[in-house]
Design a binder for this molecule. Structure first.
Ligand code: NAI
Length: 287
């Protein structure tokens, strides 16, 4: 039986979500997407116009396809939570059932049970501000979009996951070491995400028999990372200082690790933070 994966956080072909989808497709899984509502229209238009065709190519010559693309906003759990300005926002118009509980319900109706759940999304409106200048609102927004969104997804998708299934998310070293520039409470959000990975591994493992892990990824010049403003510096720092010196980190290396972690090959791994960063996390001091 082919495995079914729901991947949240794909809106172009540059990010980790796309690479994870590709690795899962290479491994024979069926991929279903949940794309942020305000990014959905442009993603679907670009997809239809063939903008991603080159990066859709799989090793057997076929093209990666998505069984369905749902609109989703992981900051809201149910329609009752949605404030008026979002409900009437024109970037949300024409879409419906995009809160986490509603998307989970739609996926169950359309596809039944799933095996793999991928959280590859984050948002911190004040990421460019140091923590000392971050507002309460900005900090809580970072936690809501980047950490609670994962808790919510596992709460709502857990009941429709097959036993032996696996959930994965993406984190960053700034959770545990000082990375100047990764502000707005995003470092705090990643610390919460990693801690939640352990607690959710226990709770969801006992409840549904699924595994929960997170990948601590090295720097990638994705759309989200460019918004932080210092990504080129981080990529260059990693190229000069990681144990695997001068080796660029490819998104597909994170994708392949995700596919491994979600496969039976990793049946004994849960609650773990796995580094895919050319080893940079292990360095104590630059050479
Ligand atoms: P990306 O821009 O490809 O992915 C982020 C996605 O999150 C976008 O598709 C965006 O539309 C979506 N999103 C934002 N708010 C959302 C919401 N409320 N509901 C649903 N979707 C929402 O960028 P990237 O870098 O691939 O990010 C994926 C994950 O990787 C994030 O968790 C990020 O923190 C993490 N990561 C990225 C690193 C990097 O250097 N790029 C390093 C380590 C971790």
């Amino acid at each position: 039986r082919g495995k079914k994966a729901f991947v949240a956080g794909v809106a172009d072909d540059n990010g980790f979500g796309w690479a994870i989808s590709k690795a899962l497709s290479e491994a024979g899984a069926e991929v279903i997407l949940g794309t942020w509502v305000p990014a959905l229209n442009i993603f679907e238009t670009s997809y239809r116009r063939g903008k991603f065709d080159e990066s859709r190519k799989l090793s057997d010559g076929s093209m990666m396809t998505f069984s369905k693309i749902y609109p989703m906003d992981a900051v809201f759990d149910a329609m009752d939570d949605v404030p008026e300005d979002i409900a009437t926002n024109k970037r949300y118009a024409g879409n419906e059932k995009w809160t986490v509980s509603e998307v989970a319900k739609c996926v169950e109706e359309d596809f039944g049970k799933i095996d793999v759940l991928v959280h590859s999304l984050a948002n911190g409106p004040e990421v460019a501000k140091p923590l000392l200048e971050t507002s309460r609102k900005g900090y809580l927004a970072a936690i809501s979009a980047s950490s609670y969104s994962n808790v919510s997804m596992i709460q709502h998708f857990g009941p429709l996951m097959n036993k032996g299934g696996a959930a994965i998310s993406l984190t960053y070293l700034a959770s545990e070491q000082i990375i100047p520039g990764y502000g707005g409470g995003m470092s705090s959000a990643k610390a919460a995400l990693e801690s939640d990975t352990r607690v959710l591994a226990y709770e969801a493992g006992r409840k549904w028999g699924i595994r929960v892990n997170t990948i601590s990824a090295g720097p990638l010049g994705s759309r989200a990372a460019k918004a932080i403003g210092f990504i080129d510096k981080m990529i260059n720092y990693s190229l000069s200082n990681a144990p695997l010196k001068e080796k660029p980190l490819e998104a597909i290396e994170i994708g392949n690790t995700a596919a491994f972690l979600c496969s039976p090959l990793a049946s004994g791994i849960t609650g773990a933070t796995i580094y895919v960063d050319n080893g940079l996390n292990a360095m104590g001091l630059a050479e």
